[in-house]
Write a protein that binds this ligand. Structure first.
Ligand SMILES: [Mn+2]
Length: 238
């Protein structure tokens, strides 16, 4: 007979009943909901409103992220200078949505409206799962060189790609890295390494997805250029 291992549930400490009652009364919440909120550190009516009604204007400043100024400056230089860009992400959901986010936002800024996709200055690159595996491959860097790319934006990967970035540098190709994985002992020699898990990064939320880090790059870029964060929305600085 198979032995099913016993699970041991460890309950979070009970929240202060006075705080739960206060929050519940202030917002007419059920005691269960009020308790769940307080258990998650949401203790005031204002904090609860922010949780239930998220607002782009309340996002943390992207400039709190280490290297953001360098990342935005290099991206502007590439766009203004007519360089070709390779937007490289992993082949998982986070990587693919990151690439889609960056390309769909930047394409109208980079290409003429009637430019066919294959002639775009902005090319996507998703590595082959079987031949290249996760992360940045040397093959991807070689492909960038063949395509005449000056800047690679790596999303959801790259924080450990020390050798690949060094190799790209010898070919005159720069990297801006947007990653959320734990860095190793050495950061790659990229122009900018955006990663909220860097020990020297002061961004207040270290658990962003890779796509979230790509979003922070766009948020900073739009603030710098006073562009709308989405076509239908007012400028992100307003
Ligand atoms: Mn990821």
């Amino acid at each position: 007979m198979a032995v099913i291992p016993l699970k041991r549930w460890i309950f979070a400490p009970s929240p202060d009943p006075a705080v739960v009652a206060g929050l519940g009364q202030a917002l007419s919440l059920s005691p269960v909901l009020a308790r769940l909120l307080v258990q998650r550190g949401i203790e005031t009516p204002a904090a609860a409103r922010d949780f239930f009604e998220p607002d782009l204007a309340k996002l943390a400043s992207p400039w709190l992220m280490c290297d953001m100024d360098r990342a935005v400056a290099r991206l502007r230089q590439a766009i203004d200078g007519g360089e070709k860009l390779l937007v490289l992400g992993d082949y998982d959901v986070d990587g693919i949505t990151s690439v889609a986010l960056i390309i769909s936002y930047l394409r109208p800024l980079v290409d003429a409206p009637d430019t066919p996709e294959e002639e775009s200055r902005l090319q996507p690159y998703i590595p082959d799962r079987h031949r290249e595996g996760y992360g940045i491959s040397m093959q991807a860097v070689d492909y960038a060189q063949q395509q005449g790319v000056g800047l690679i934006i790596a999303l959801d990967c790259g924080v450990k790609a020390v050798e690949q970035v060094a190799y790209a540098n010898t070919l005159g190709i720069d990297f801006v890295i947007c990653d959320h994985h734990l860095p190793g002992d050495e950061l790659p020699p990229a122009v900018a390494v955006l990663d909220p898990k860097r020990l020297d990064c002061n961004y207040p939320y270290p658990d962003l997805s890779g796509c979230g880090v790509g979003f922070k790059l766009l948020q900073a870029f739009t603030e710098k250029l006073n562009l709308p964060l989405a076509p239908s929305m007012p400028s992100s600085t307003s």
